[in-house]
Design a protein around this ligand. Sequence first.
Ligand code: ATP
Ligand code: MG
Length: 380
Amino acid sequence: SDRKYDPYRPSSHVFDLITRDAKILCQELDPMPEEETRKLALLQRLSDIANEVFGQAEVLPFGSSGNGLALANADMDVCVFLNSQQMAEEVSPVEFVERIGDRLEKDNEFENILQLKRARVPIVKLNHINGIACDIGYQNDLAIWNTRLLRAYCRVDTRVRDVVVVIKKWAKCRKINNPYTGSLSSYAYVLLVIHVLQRQGVLPNLQTIVSGNGKIPYWDCQGFNRYFFEDIPNLARYWQQTPEAATQTVGELLYEFFRYFASEFRYASHVVSIRSGGLLTKESKEWTKDFTQPHPQHPQPQAPADDAPQSEEQMQADTRPIVKNRYLFCIEDPFELNHNIGRPVDRYSLFTIRGEFMRAAKILSKNGDGAITRLCYERE
Ligand code: ATP
Ligand code: MG
């Protein structure tokens, strides 16, 4: 459709070279079994510690350690679940971070322990002396389910991992993979890849496929529907790739990804939505006005006991952290529909990120040899 009007679209020979180099990069970045072993050992260690601190607890990996999209030396995301309903209700996320953080401090096998109590999702960050960096979250069921959704997409087609690995590597090298500084998380980039692959007909919308011919069920998770079709070995009964989609090379898909976000996607009005298999408008979601809100994890500041005027210092200490919601780059979470995964992006970082999409599209459209290497040149 749009494709024949793209004057920059490279030849199939160029695509073959890009595909070859992308696959080489993917092999190089595949984690070694030895790394998996170290991660499992750390998981067991954290599980013992969580049990010691809270009684019955379960520690589950999520993010790239659970979805099959890890690069070598990726950090590990884990989540602690308290088995007792009562405990889970008593221990707030901030308290969890304090208690497990303080316990980890007592062990010299953990280093650089950080208690991030003010994050949207409070976590403890640490490095284990065996070389693994780890984030520890708490009672985050949705993270487990979005990890499983990404893993399911990954199993639909081997090209998903190939494309994601190159995009992750590129985003890291170009320094646009840090939500704390206004760019996007890896999770956001994976959602963007799934969106493009759905458009290309390489991936279905797993959230609307139902075995048999029933209605989409409602499976509640923290107030959101976590249903998706997960029986990938039997997917062919319900959905098939078009022959055209089946023959697209990794090189073509990478070029399409960058071309789409460099020149087709309408940042001002569109929302990327993998759960609806395409685009939504900002208006339909009422994602038109940035707003700030008090942090959900922090209680209202207490009114001072007497009427004495508060010092500047007291005022500062009482002020709850403010969460800034921006709608400049809109990427809908597949389950938490009111959550914009592109929220950290501001005017300045959007300009930088779009510049990087354009740079990448240009590199891939010039020539195939060495394009993947050039794509991933370290910035600065
Ligand atoms: P990397 O290998 O770069 O660490 P990753 O796949 O682990 O990549 P992260 O961005 O670290 O991706 O995210 C890990 C997990 O945390 C995601 O799979 C998702 O479950 C959750 N997550 C990350 N960012 C968000 C977000 N903004 N909103 C909701 N969940 C998120
Ligand atoms: Mg991670």
